[in-house]
Structure formats: C-alpha cells, structure tokens
Design a protein. Structure first.
Lengths: 297, 325
C-alpha cells in the first residue's frame, strides 16, 4: 500500500524555536477564550478538563498531527482518539483551529437539538474517528487502530488522550498490556494528569501513584512533562520515537485542572459547569492578563 | 420440573438419518476459507483458540490472528479499532463473556458507530454443561436490545457456513451464537439463506413451533412424532432473532397456536421477540414459550438439562399437546 506524504503536511516545524512555542501559546490562549465563550453561550461544558488539556490539544492539532482537514479519511493521516470524551469542547475548538470546520459552526451547533456537537463527541463528524465518552474505552480502540496500521504497513501514528481518573478503569490496563505485547511503537498515549476526578483528588478517591512506574512496568516508553508548558509539550512530541519502533509511548502530562481561571483551578466542582454573561468578561480578562503577553496572536 | 428424567434426554421414537456435526468445527473451517479469500478478515480470540476451533486460521494466517488474552473488553475495543481501519474482525469467545464481559464496548464502540464486527459466541445457552458461571441464559436479550445489532443463531450446523458467507456483505455488527455440542443436520438439500428470513423445515396446520439454534432439531423431532398422533405441526427455523421475520411469525399464527423453543431464558429472547410481533399485530392465539424457566440452571449435560426444563423433543411434544387440548 502506498501513502503520499505531501511536504506541507509532514508537520512543519521540527524547529523547537522560541517563535514556534510562542505561536502555539497564542493558539492555546485563543482556545481557552473560545472554550469559555462557548460555555457562556451554551450553558454547560466540562470546563476543568477542557482547560487542563488545552495546551496538549494545541500541541497535537496545531503542531504534531499529520492531518489534512480537507481529507479527514486520508489513509496517511495520524489518528486521534479523545478517550476522555467529556473534553469534547476542547476537541471541537482544537479541530476548528486546525481548519476542520469553522469555530462559528461549533458556537452555532454545540448542544443544539439534533446537531453534531454534543457534550461528548459522537459518530457524526468525519474528523472525529469515533464517538467517546464512556471512560476507559479509548485506549483499546487506539490499540486496535495501531495494530491495523501495522497490518496495512501504514506509517501513521495513533494518538490517544486520556484523563488520569479514567485510568482507574481496568480495561485501560488490558489495553496497556496489549499495546506493549503487540509492540505498537506507532501508538502514543497522553494522560491529562490533573490529579482530580469528579469526586475529588485521585489520590484520595483511588490512588494512581506511583503512576509513571505503573506504565513503565507495563512496558511503555514514559515521558513526564508539565502539560501546561508549551515548550515541554513540543519537546515531548518531538521526542516520540519513530513509528517503526517497538514500544508504545506514554506522555504523562502533569496539568492543573481548570488551568487559566484561578477560581476554577484544582476545584473538582468545576469539572463541569457554566459561565454566565457576568463572569465571562472577568474570565477573559484573567486569561489575557496571564497569557496575553506570551502569545503572538 | 426439578427432577431429571432417567437416562436424560426423552426418547420420542424418532431417529435421524443425517449426521451430527459440530457447529464449531464448521465455523473453524469456514472462517479459514473466508480468511484466505478476503484479506480484510481478522480473527480475535480471548485465549480460547482450541475451544473456538480457530487454530487452523492461526496456523495458516498468523499475521491476521490476534489473541487478546483473557481480556474480552479490550478484545472488543481492539475489534472496533480494526474495523474503523477497514478490517472485518471476527471476535471469538464464549457467549456468556461475549454478551456480558465486554457488553459496553460492544454497545458503545461497535454498535454506536455501526462497525462490521462479527461477534462469534460459542458454548451458548446451557451447552457447556459447566454450571451457571458458564451458561449464557441472557445473551439474546442483551444483544437484541442493541441498536444496529443483528443476532443470528443457526439451526443447523452446516448453516454456519451460510451465515459467515452472508456476513461478508452485511454492513453492521452481527452476533453469531453457536452451541458447544454437535448438532443435528436438518437440511439435506441446498437452500437460500437470507439474514432475517426464517426457514420452514416442516409445514403443518395445527400449531407452529418457532425454534432457534439447537431448538430447531428438537422441535422437528417433536413435530414428526406428533404427526404419528395425527397432529400436523409446522416448524420454523428462526435463525435470525433480530431483525425477526415478522411475516413468518404472522403466517405461523394462522395455525392458531405457537410454541417457541430456545436454549435461553424464557425472558427476553426468541419467545419474547415472537410475543412482541403477535401483540403488535393484534393476534390473539394459544402461545407458549419454552426455554430455561427463569431459574439458575443446574449442573448437568445439555441433553439432561433440556429434558429437565422441558424443551427437549419430549418436552416440546408434551407442551404442544397441552396447548392444543
């Protein structure tokens, strides 16, 4: 099977330049603002986890993924699975920023009856590989896809973003075992290690530590980063081994739940919530104050 | 109910002149054949290669044989991933595990995106004789409630080949249910197999037995022996539980009496599906569901258990006579 790799799609910058990181930080700021606007318009979003993975999603959708939004089923694309499907808002905005559809389309359709942009990503939009939302499912699907790509001799990668809380599900560890057993070096998982699930801190609800050791023991190539630091995200994504290698990669991204809005940070009650018209300008102002100088947009 | 007949299976005085064949053997052979012909066929196992008779596929096409280990949920998730990439996965495990251990992956990751995964589930009903942990008394009920799912349970061992062939051109997921034990061959002539269209191995006018899977041969035996007593009983092979053949059921209702037979709990399976059709069609006739009577089935051989719970040939015969009294 032959695959075309147009040069402009093979992720542009290997250059980890300061400029590139700044540009991505600008997108991350835009993403956070869009998430809050979307929430204020629609009334409900999983804000905590959307904000914690905003930087990772920008790192993937604006930097790492080989993807042509005009040809969402192009065989040479990298595959992306959002296992923590409740962060659909972050996915919609990331895909809009990547050119899959207009941001206005998300604003107009999110939570609207019969439309394709729901609380969890459904099987409606061509740029969404599969609907997700029930936790602990995504990694198995990603393993199946990575195995399929191997069978087809397709050099693409599968990226799977998970929440840390969902890795309490047993099926995640079945998939973790399978990924290293099948030597799927074309699989990259990223865990949003924000330390909180719905009921509180993961370490109080059902402890996950020593977290990196667990993934290492399951045979994964583990990279630990600050998942709200764009230069570290770019560095980690650049260091993912060649797709032909034999070991799956786990990027444990330590993040802050609700990152960017001080009153939401590390507050499980902001796992899901709404921002009213009065709060919105204050939130946007805080984002501008904290991140505005860093971005170039 | 509650006591084993001496010597198990009731002798109704009918002898088949056609062979017993293992549906699992037929599955293993046919799977290899379609695997050789169709490069998109992949087989997934949950550490049951020998039990599922899939070893010959593994030997011949090892690169397309994926053993998930004892991890059914992961197997179904992987099957979804493979199907998204254009493969046609045949997953293989026992019915009890296929229907329950990975139930949510089947629902959400396979049925919701309508992926062409073939869930081959063997050792169904009471056919393992291995006790309640291994009986699947609920899988019809679970699988037929799933949107996009097609549910098939062949009534003749050689029908397995036709089911697999038909599956190649079917767009969505299919649950294919097989027993563990050898089954009676029923059809001695070539026939057309269409998913969702019941077969009528025997015509009759006094009552109709609608059976599925292993129940078809037992229903047939009962019908033949009832003929000697002057009763003309129609037998339907309802190999597709979903979508169920409404027209065949409504036609069978013209006899005035329907008995359903399944190696499954009487709740939620074939009997319930037939009752739904009759109810919605406004048909009021004599009706009896045979199967596992909503109890945790005992230990025992399948034949003993079918007899005990009244749906072996003898049990069916008695039920027909009782209904027609």
């Amino acid at each position: 099977m032959a695959f075309e790799h147009p040069q402009h799609l093979v992720t542009a910058a290997k250059a980890k330049t300061h400029d590139k990181v700044q540009e991505l930080e600008g997108y991350a700021l835009e993403m956070r603002k869009s998430i809050l606007k979307l929430c204020s318009k629609a009334g409900m979003l999983h804000l905590g986890g959307d904000l914690s993975i905003a930087d990772i999603m920008i790192g993937l959708w604006k930097y790492k993924l080989t993807y042509d939004p005009k040809r969402p089923k192009w065989e040479g694309r990298d595959r992306f699975i959002l296992s923590k499907g409740h962060a659909a808002g972050a996915l919609y905005v990331a895909q809009a920023l990547a050119g899959c559809y207009e941001l206005q389309t998300v604003y107009d359709n999110y939570l609207q009856p019969g439309k394709d942009f729901g609380v969890h990503p459904g099987n409606y939009t061509p740029t969404i590989e599969i609907g997700t939302g029930s936790l602990g499912h995504g990694l198995s699907i990603a393993v199946g896809m990575a195995k399929a790509l191997r069978l087809k001799n397709c050099p693409s990668r599968v990226f799977c973003v998970m929440g840390d809380g969902e890795t309490q599900e047993g099926s995640v560890w079945e998939a973790a075992m399978a990924a290293s057993h099948f030597k799927l070096g074309n699989l990259v998982a990223i865990v949003d290690r924000n330390g909180f699930s719905l009921d509180g801190p993961t370490e109080e609800i059902m402890g996950l530590e020593p977290y990196a050791d667990k993934w290492k023991a399951f045979g994964w190539n583990v990279i630990e980063i600050n998942g709200n630091d764009m230069s570290q995200i770019v560095g980690a994504l650049d260091s993912v081994p060649e797709t032909s290698t034999q070991q799956p990669t786990m990027i444990i991204a330590k993040t802050t739940k609700g990152f960017g809005i001080s009153f939401m940070e590390n507050k499980p009650e902001w796992h899901a919530g709404s921002v009213n018209a009065e709060m919105l300008p204050k939130c946007l102002a805080e984002l501008e104050e904290r991140f505005g100088k860093r971005g170039t947009l | 109910m509650g006591e084993f007949a001496k010597g198990g299976f009731t002798n109704v005085g009918f002898t088949w002149n056609m062979p017993l064949v293992s549906p699992r053997d037929r599955f293993g052979e046919e799977l290899l054949r379609i695997g050789k012909e169709h490069k998109n066929v992949v087989v997934l196992s949950a550490d049951l290669t020998r039990s599922m008779k899939t070893g010959q596929f593994l030997e011949a096409i090892p690169e397309r044989y994926i053993n998930a280990g004892i991890a059914e949920a992961d197997m179904m998730g992987m099957a979804a991933g493979l199907a998204l990439e254009g493969f046609m996965p045949f997953t293989s495990t026992f019915a009890q595990f296929a229907a329950m251990r990975d139930c949510e992956q089947v629902r959400t990751d396979i049925c919701y995106p309508n992926l062409p995964v073939r869930i081959v589930a063997t050792h169904a009903g009471l056919s393992t004789g291995c006790g309640p942990t291994h009986y699947s008394q609920e899988d019809f009920a679970i699988m037929r409630s799933m949107i996009n799912m097609t549910v098939i349970c062949p009534g003749d061992p050689n029908q397995v080949e036709k089911v697999l062939q038909a599956s190649l051109n079917h767009p969505g997921p299919i649950y294919i249910r097989l027993g563990r034990e050898a089954m009676q061959t029923i059809y001695d002539k070539e026939y057309d197999f269409v998913i969702g269209k019941a077969l009528v191995p025997r015509e009759g006018t006094d009552a109709a037995i609608i059976a599925t899977g292993i129940g078809v041969s037992m229903a047939y035996e009962a019908a033949v022996t009832l003929e000697k007593e002057g009763m003309h009983i129609k037998v339907l092979d309802m190999h597709t539980i979903k979508p169920i053949d409404k027209n065949a059921i409504i036609a069978a209702a013209k006899t005035g009496a329907i008995i359903t037979v399944e190696d499954h709990n009487i709740s939620g399976g074939l009997g319930s599906a037939v009752a739904e059709v009759l109810g919605e069609a406004g048909i009021s006739i004599k009706f009896k569901k045979l199967g596992i009577p909503d109890v945790w089935a005992m230990n025992g051989s399948p034949d003993d258990l079918y007899c005990l719970y009244g749906f072996d040939a003898g049990g069916i015969k008695s039920a027909v006579k009782e209904l027609l009294k």
